[in-house]
Ligand binder design. Sequence first.
Ligand code: ADP
Ligand code: MG
Length: 580
Amino acid sequence: MSATNTPVGAAPAAPAYPAQVTGMDILVRALKMVGIDTMYGLVGIPVTELAYIAQGRGIRFVGFRHEQQAGMAAATHGYLTHTPGVLLTVSSLGFLNGLTATANATVNCYPMIQISGSSVREPIDLLQGTYEGLDQLNIAKPLVKAAYRVNKPEDIPTAVVRAYRAAISGRPGGVYLDVTTPCLGAIMDSAEADKLFYEPIDICPAMPPSPEAVKRAVSLIASARRPALIIGKGAAYARVEDLLKDFVDRTGIPYLPMSMAKGVLPDNGPLSALSCRSTVMEQADVVILAGARLNWLLSRGHGKWSPDTKFVQLDIDPEEIDINRPIAAPVVGDLVSSLDAILAALPEKTAIDPTWVPGLQAQTKEKNAKFIARLTANASAQPMNHWTALGAIKPVMAANPDVILVNEGANTLDDTRDTIDMILPRHRIDCATWAIMGMGMGSAVGAAVATGKSVVAIEGDSAFGFSGMDFSTVCRFKLPVTVVIFNNGGIYNGIGVNMAGTSDPAPTTLDVHARYDKLGDAFGAKTYYVTTPSALVAALTEAIASKAPALIDVQLGADSGKESGHIGYLNPAALENITV
Ligand code: ADP
Ligand code: MG
């Protein structure tokens, strides 16, 4: 560490600053000024000292093995806390690795700020071959909500406030803040630096909708015969569970959650239409979208949707309206303000058809009975398949409703989402809008650190591979995270055939005999290898209760799971039709 640094571990009070401070000191102080208390990252030149200073001055630094996972943690932290998560990366490759997560955060409307050190500007601009020379700002720009570079220590507090505002206001997203090596190391007199700090006013302003928009929406809702509410993760993020509960209690409108919105209102509540998605799409006359986009996950408003359905869309982003289909009543504003206004204007009586909800409830009952039969059908068959394993997990999760569920994979994602009911808001974190793999360990760490709650990550074996080394981060930070790996030996499944007939594995084939539990042993976790539902119940129960790092290798059959899970239709051709 350079001699000019503030001593590591110094108290944060102003007198503890020496007569001169560096850009790094100013950056840490600026982050504290806006309330940042946690930073995720992976250090190296030029940000190692910065992380030491941050830790010394009371910002929790959670160091990872791969920047993408640190970024996933920051994004999850942002989503769960309604404040930007912060990711710290080194220049060039570290920056690029982290940018994947920042781009994913932008797509998913998670507020986060990636702060990356970057090399000296001049030789980058003149392509003179400098250390880790990369034009990071321009690479980041198209992938993030906003991108800034700060070159002078005097500008750091302004840059941090602007990055914070951009990440959190309006539609949240990923923000890139480039800090050059000279800026990090620049020295200023403390007395001068002191004058730079200020308290930003109204850093996440309310954005109320227009009264006309509210009126239009309310009259459509009030006149609906077969209305339904679709809850998206924007509503989970906006923390409007109480307002939505009030809305459905007063109107009797059934609700359908998007994946990460499961639990905003309980999946098992009397008005939950979770099992009646197709019926809602085909029959609802008015659908209220609350923080949910009419994107591919809702067939972009086509497919099964009735062409006559009218949409009320509550969203903070005016550009989201009409993206795939005309929206009859857009309500552009933040969800708290919009729902407040709608609730205030709702009439006592609506026109809801008295047979609509009972019909959905009867269908729910019937479908749930069939589903339970599927979970228990082959309970004693060996090896287990996804359904038997999930049948074992379901009651354990039901007994631990406050555990946050992280979930990725293909079949592991789809089948877990269908099986595990969520009762509490913001308790399900998954691959989300891009349906990406490689968010598991990062999101699990971010969820545990941000909330202090226990986490269970249910991972496909392929999905786990993207972030597996960061299970060691779970262990180093002694987090209450249980990782459950569904090992069916492959991407989708383990029965792919090499079409050349050589001994190389097929493109989808991994290792159905891999003992992932031994990976956990390497880092001192509690580990389990289970082959039966009863052993899985016992292992998961014990692991959750331990509130310590744990890893459960669940042995499935190689033939369990189909190509691409529920979204095989997105492939250009089905695997069984491929010829060479
Ligand atoms: P899901 O996949 O669960 O449907 P999406 O991420 O697709 O959720 O959509 C979330 C939507 O919520 C986005 O269009 C975003 O603009 C919106 N949103 C995010 N935060 C707020 C907020 N505070 N108020 C209103 N809308 C919001
Ligand atoms: Mg969506």
